[in-house]
Write a protein that binds this ligand. Structure first.
Ligand SMILES: *Cc1c(COP(=O)(O)O)cnc(C)c1O
Length: 223
């Protein structure tokens, strides 16, 4: 088996104290998660509701689960009772549904807004302009059972470090802009979630507070 414990230790050794590790366990078996758990890791990320449901039901209760993938509104109700953070909110419609389901469960759900900055064609994420508009529109202020805790993005999957750096710095500058404009009073709004296996060291230099690392810890995913 992959040396999950050793890999976790190595990754944690690379991270400054104020950068949190979300161990991305999608497609990996529960045994791998327990290896990381035994090493002290408590925060894990999954991207498929059904897979997460099964893992949540059978793994220790003190695991904090992040939903990191694209989330369909009709799936929110299944994860609302227990999810610790929804990392990739990219529409007001989804934000409304999370608020509604959180209320039903008598809790507040923490979320990140997902930015689309990478050059790649992906359907997901808010452009900076769309994100500004969502915040300017103001309806989010009425959604009392969601707490917007920061921003998330994925840089382009390229070898060119300067491009990755540019994209992450664009996200970081944007974070500063909206922190000042909309969230200066919010203690919660402080997360900058960028950095994956191949680019987390760059992300640390670009003000990331939360890296999402899968392959480096658990090995290649078998689909
Ligand atoms: C799978 C995934 C990751 C982890 O990617 P690795 O390259 O395995 O570290 C991070 N973020 C998101 C949104 C993902 O879907």
């Amino acid at each position: 088996m992959y040396d999950v414990k050793g890999n976790i230790r190595q990754v944690l050794g690379d991270l400054p104290k104020d950068v949190q590790l979300v161990a991305i366990s999608k497609y990996h078996p529960k045994e791998f998660i327990m290896e990381a758990y035994d090493e002290g890791q408590r925060v894990f990320g999954e991207s498929h509701e059904q897979e997460l449901r099964e893992k949540h039901a059978s793994l220790p209760d003190d695991i904090e689960w992040h939903f990191i993938g694209h989330l369909q509104t009709n799936k929110v109700k299944y994860i609302a009772p227990y999810i610790s953070m929804i990392d990739a909110v990219d529409s007001l419609k989804l934000l409304r549904e999370i608020d509604k389901q959180a209320k039903k469960n008598n809790r507040t759900i923490r979320v990140l807004l997902e930015l689309h900055i990478a050059e790649e064609e992906t359907k997901y994420g808010l452009t900076l302009e769309a994100c500004r508009q969502l915040l300017e529109d103001g309806e989010w202020r009425l959604l009392k059972n969601v707490e917007i805790c920061g921003l998330m993005m994925m840089a382009s999957n390229v070898d060119d470090e300067s491009q990755i750096r540019n994209e992450m710095m664009m996200a970081s500058d944007f974070f500063d802009e909206i922190k000042e404009k909309y969230f200066s009073e919010s203690d919660c709004f402080r997360e900058r979630s960028w950095g994956m296996s191949h680019d987390y060291k760059i992300a640390i230099e670009c003000h990331s507070t939360m890296v999402r690392i899968g392959t480096t810890i658990f090995g290649p995913r078998v689909y």
